[in-house]
Design a binder for this molecule. Sequence first.
Ligand SMILES: Cc1cc2nc3c(=O)[nH]c(=O)nc-3n(C[C@H](O)[C@H](O)[C@H](O)COP(=O)(O)O)c2cc1C
Ligand code: SF4
Ligand code: SF4
Ligand code: FES
Length: 556
Amino acid sequence: MNRIELKAMAQVEQERQAKFRCRILCCMSTPCISSGASKILAAFADAITAEGLAAEVEAATSGCMGPCSRGPMVTIKNRGEADVIYERVTPEMVAPILNRHVRGQTVPSLDARILSHDIPFFAKQEKVVLAGSGDIDPERLESCVAAGGYEALGQVLREMTPSDVCVEILRSGLRGRGGAGYPTGFKWQRVQKATGDRKYVVANGDEGDPGAYMDRTLMESDPHRVLEGMAVAGYAVGADRGYIYVRREYPLAAKRLEKAITQAERAGLLGNRALDSPFNFRIDIRMGAGAFVCGEETALMQSIMGRRGQPVPRPPYPAQQGLWGAPTLINNVETFGNVAMIINRGAEWYAGLGTEKSKGTKIFALAGKTVNTGLIEVPMGITLREIVYDIGGGIQDGRAFKAAQTGGPSGGCIPADNLDTPMDYEALAALGSIMGSGGLIVMDDTSCMPDVARFFMAFCMDESCGKCGPCRGGTVQMHRILTRITEGAATMKDLENLEELCGMVKDTSLCGLGQTAPNPILSTLRFFRDEYEVHIRDHHCPAGVCRFDNAVSRAI
Ligand SMILES: Cc1cc2nc3c(=O)[nH]c(=O)nc-3n(C[C@H](O)[C@H](O)[C@H](O)COP(=O)(O)O)c2cc1C
Ligand code: SF4
Ligand code: SF4
Ligand code: FES
């Protein structure tokens, strides 16, 4: 397929869609499927056939629309009208929805299930990476192409040199979305300049943070966007082979990626002579077994090569010696998800979003005690207050905001005094937290901070690969002390030891898992030290979470 044929495919699909007076998009991503979306899609399809509406009404699969806890979600696209979004759709609502939107009847009983476009949950978001999510059918290449898919690849292959592409990404200010925020353009340039007969591109879709599902959603909702970003990267760095690493707990993401790869190869968009150019690029999926440490880039590459998924020391960095000793570019799937938009709309446009040093948007999995939870994409620099109170709709039951946890087991807490913190790499780091990959857990006054720290430490202890002593033993010791604190069996000396251990594990662990494992403790100690002390001294948990059945009756 060449660029003209790509345009033709887009046009045919646009015309096909335009023929329908009403298009009913049913979210078929994991959270909505788990709340019954498959039945809803089938019920719409059956009703359309049974009522002879197939020529003017279509029921289609779509990806995630955002308010995942309110699923199944359905969007009605009626020609010439504003979209209408329904939440918590049941099979009983199918006939009334058709009556209202196809037959023009008034059905007031449906009003309570409509989510207005103007509510801050939608209005304060900025969809760049998720622009197609909730709109296109992730299982149909034509649907993705009709929304501009593979245009960016066509453009770089015909109009830009590999160096131009690296410079464009650098100028956009895009930084890695996997957690650390390393400038993506620099990384691409390093791989491009590295010498090697063969080079590789790897997309990191491991997503091990508990509660996070940004990457899964992107892969499920718009797989071609990730593939296109990888192909653009392959061209830019001189690689002809890509791997996308997905954990086994994400079977739907893997299935849609697999389907997308097959469709794109058959259409000549990937594989040999992509888009009728001399560029060859094959992508394969590698499934991980779900170990957190396998998200760490060196462990991930070991795993791809069929070895035990354990980190190895850097340098050499993957850009110099990665897969099978060859220069390898590794980026997070959300990082790749930004690439096509940067090429399509230009680096200047992208750099206009966000803050001075943190450009673009970030996807967060908003979870915890806000009224609205779900998947959101916001411009960098939006304040935590806007996320919690506007997008999130405030705290459930009118309770008080206590803290927000960002960055999962490697991150930290932001307390109420810092609600006006802009969500960007620098501001979060200044507070001892990290942007992380996008986990955002909002807590109210029923959350106990030593207990939260213990939860994350238990996670790191279980997930430590055991290769190096400080992390293998240190996480166990830190977890023991936190357990004693939450059971009322700790002393002030334990707190001192805990802080010392945090410093030691941070400074001496081999990989990021151990180096950042103490962060949830350090951060909660920084802002909520009194809570630790009151647990130890008074055997009292202000949040009412901890039980002191094993309390030792000595206050020191
Ligand atoms: C313990 C650990 C787990 C990680 N898990 C992930 C992950 O699930 N996804 C990811 O993209 N990066 C993860 N990273 C970061 C990667 O090592 C790497 O920095 C990243 O994939 C680079 O992509 P980026 O530059 O686009 O952010 C993890 C790092 C550590 C230390
Ligand atoms: S201290 Fe433990 S990990 Fe180290 S060699 Fe002995 S048994 Fe093995
Ligand atoms: S820091 Fe922990 S996870 Fe990383 S290599 Fe050492 S033991 Fe393994
Ligand atoms: S999964 Fe359906 S709205 Fe997110």
